[in-house]
Design a protein around this ligand. Structure first.
Ligand SMILES: [Fe+2]
Length: 268
């Protein structure tokens, strides 16, 4: 964290987009500690929830207690603009064994999530789909990126090695992409969750999914925004020993192929 913090301070981005799994244990104290750690970097940031954050009935209350004061609106999903680029951060819910979609996790997830994500599914509730479409329909002139913990497209086949634990995708990703396709201003979906870097193009939308920072390849994305494009590149820590120590032999592929590590996203 000391190395990452120093690297980010040197980089001086306008802000950080934190695509979920902010904490690894489900307590109020963990969420408040995350706020303290993130604040200590001294760079504005926009956090959102992942499967490790929004688990219990109280989870969103803790999230908003920690971060509500810095969010553009005190809610677990929100939108903001920065220098004529719009971002929409989403809060997917859990699919329960009875087929219902709920904000809190089913027992199966609470018991087994640290070992396996098998049998766990997430989707955007109808309310958020309607909210998102409302935002997009009212702001068609502003280039827009969606930020969501779960990728809206499947993990590409090039990552599906025999020992790769695929964390899965947003269950209603195809429905989301169908809706986004109606709005030409939507150009990117930034996601996490997969513990591997990949970039996939789907019409006008580029999906940029980034691995987890605490494990190999210990990287983040840097997005430089110009009038007509976003340039995405992938950066490791200035001290490469963190990545080297967390590399499970044979898992080097999670850093992605060259096309998973850099791209240019047109904004016009
Ligand atoms: Fe996750």
């Amino acid at each position: 964290m000391v190395c990452l913090s120093a690297d980010l301070k040197a980089l001086k981005p306008d802000f950080m987009l934190i695509t979920g799994d902010v904490v690894s244990v489900q307590t109020r104290e963990a969420m408040l500690s995350a706020r303290t750690v993130l604040d200590s970097i001294g760079i504005p940031y926009y956090p959102m929830g992942g499967n490790h954050d929004f688990v219990l009935p109280e989870s969103r209350t803790w999230f908003l207690e920690a971060f509500g004061g810095i969010l553009p609106e005190p809610r677990s999903y929100y939108t903001f603009t920065h220098k004529n680029l719009r971002f929409c951060a989403m809060d997917p819910w859990w699919r329960w064994p009875d087929g219902s979609l709920r904000a809190e996790a089913p027992r199966l997830a609470i018991d087994s999530m640290d070992e396996s994500l098998k049998g766990l599914y997430w989707a955007l509730p109808e309310e958020q789909m309607l909210w998102l479409e409302g935002v997009l329909s009212r702001n068609q002139a502003t280039p827009t990126a969606i930020a969501i913990h779960y990728p809206a497209v499947p993990t590409p086949g090039r990552l599906q090695k025999p020992d790769f634990h695929d964390g899965g995708m947003l269950e209603n990703g195809p429905e989301l992409m169908g809706m986004l396709a109606k709005y030409r201003q939507v150009r990117a979906v930034f996601a996490g969750h997969t513990h591997a870097n990949f970039i996939e193009r789907d019409g006008l939308v580029t999906h940029v999914t980034t691995g987890g920072l605490p494990e190999f390849p210990v990287e983040y994305r840097v997005v430089e925004v110009y009038e007509d494009r976003m340039e995405v590149k992938t950066c490791g820590l200035s001290d490469p020993s963190f990545a080297q120590r967390s590399l499970i032999p044979g898992h080097g592929y999670t850093s992605g192929a060259p096309a998973d590590r850099a791209t240019v996203i047109p904004l016009r």
